[in-house]
Design a protein around this ligand. Structure first.
Ligand code: MN
Length: 203
């Protein structure tokens, strides 16, 4: 298990104006860090699980001892989902959808705009807290989905390509209740180079 969070791939204000520096700093140093602290705490008496890779742990949640199941599910998901979220963003408008991934998006969703609309609807429609995802499902097909709380698609054998955090802590300081505006603006931050790389390494 990782003992420290991976370093953010950019500085706190790198995603301005769409994600403000203060939100970014609190999100990473408080929310994300707390998930890791609580995860390590929950696993401290269970060396077999503590020695596991984070991703492996998220595929064997059903084997966890009852007394740590909920804590580990939520915090391991919280660590993994945020690690992934930081990686899939870049400074505003630095990349465009391209390559094999774009071809497959066009084929699966009927175009990039249709795909964005579908994904945005999942992000907006997730009641309460959670995440929207583009994943490769177990049939090897692209799929748009959403998860509640800190649940993660890798627990269902799916491979994430992009994700969006729609917990209020991700946007409230700048957008207050306007989740739709946050989602619309977030499209400027997607790191399509990284998404394409993940898609090409899918096997
Ligand atoms: Mn978050």
């Amino acid at each position: 298990m990782l003992k420290e969070l991976p370093k953010l791939p950019y500085v706190y204000d790198a995603l301005e104006p769409y994600i403000d520096a203060q939100t970014m700093e609190i999100h990473y140093t408080k929310h994300h860090q707390t998930y890791l602290n609580k995860l390590l705490d929950a696993l401290s008496k269970y060396p077999d699980y503590l020695d596991m890779d984070l991703e492996k742990l998220l595929t064997v949640l059903d084997t966890l001892p009852k007394e740590i199941y909920t804590a580990v599910k939520n915090t391991a998901g919280g660590v993994y989902n945020h690690n992934f979220f930081w990686e899939i963003m870049a400074s505003a408008n630095t990349t465009e959808p391209h390559g094999e991934l774009l071809k497959e998006i066009n084929k699966s969703f009927g175009g990039i705009d249709e795909f964005k609309k579908n994904f945005s609807n999942h992000a907006l429609g997730r009641f309460g807290s959670g995440w929207a995802w583009l994943v490769i499902n177990s049939d090897g097909k692209l799929e748009v989905t959403s998860t509640a709380n800190q649940d993660t698609p890798i627990s269902e054998g799916k491979k994430p390509i992009i994700t969006l955090d729609v917990w209020e802590h991700a946007y409230y300081l700048k957008y207050q209740n306007k989740r739709d505006e946050y989602i619309k603006n977030w499209w400027n931050l997607v790191n399509w180079n990284k998404a394409e790389e993940l898609y090409n390494n899918k096997v």
